[in-house]
Design a protein around this ligand. Structure first.
Ligand SMILES: N[C@@H](CCC(=O)N[C@@H](CS)C(=O)NCC(=O)O)C(=O)O
Length: 206
């Protein structure tokens, strides 16, 4: 059975758990990271030299980097539920996965850390203001994209929606201004209707 190391409240672990649930892949999850430790030990580091979560083991194959794991699982699924067959649609989805990891989450993460993991008296208003601006600029990119399509890579739910949706969920849940973005709101509503998004992602931020 697929093994997944990682605490269930991690954005990056949630991508993998949600993907598995969507694809009906059975898995065993092992708590690791933050208060659970594990990631600092030499046996974990031999699987993932970064000492971060998630890491998976599939039939003796170890893989880390959450978006790559989602790609791997989606591609491996022979039914093709989440990995589009059409090359251009597939790489459109891939593009939004990379964008989440390189643009969106780096913009939003400092806001998440400040508002969720930093005591009020230690918060830095400069960091918060900068992260709010960069995060808004990122979600406005999604708003423009979603004015012309139902999902990030076209007219159906794909692996391309997974990383962005877990980040958008955090943006909406954070106590930060949320200007009206009707297309983003509609797409986020579609995510919120998904049973496994509710199960894995719609949990209190911590
Ligand atoms: N680029 C990596 C980043 C992994 C990462 O930063 N994971 C965080 C949790 S979201 C982590 O391991 N933090 C330290 C910890 O939990 O101990 C990925 O997408 O998998």
């Amino acid at each position: 059975m697929l093994k997944i190391w990682g605490r269930a409240n991690s954005i990056n672990v949630q991508k993998v758990l949600w993907c598995c649930e969507e694809l009906g892949i059975a898995f065993e999850r092992i708590d690791a990271g933050n208060e659970f430790g594990v990631v600092g030990g030499s046996s974990y580091r031999s699987l993932n030299p970064n000492g971060l979560v998630p890491t998976i083991e599939d039939d003796g194959f170890h893989l880390w980097e959450s978006n790559v794991i989602v790609r791997y699982l989606a591609h491996k699924d022979t039914e093709g539920h989440l990995c589009p067959d059409d090359l251009k649609t597939r790489f459109d989805a891939e593009r939004w996965m990379d964008w989440q990891g390189t643009i969106f989450w780096p913009a939003l993460r400092p806001l998440f850390i400040q508002l969720i993991r930093t005591p009020t008296e230690k918060r830095d208003p400069v960091v918060i203001a900068r992260a709010e601006g960069l995060s808004l600029a990122a979600v406005e990119i999604l708003e423009r994209l979603l004015s012309g399509r139902a999902y990030l890579a076209g007219d159906s739910f794909t692996m391309g929606d997974i990383p962005a949706a877990v980040a958008v969920h955090r943006w909406y849940e954070l106590d930060t201004p949320h200007p009206e973005l009707p297309h983003l709101r509609r797409w986020y509503g579609l995510m919120r209707q998904r049973k496994y998004f509710q199960k894995v992602v719609m949990t209190p931020l911590s």
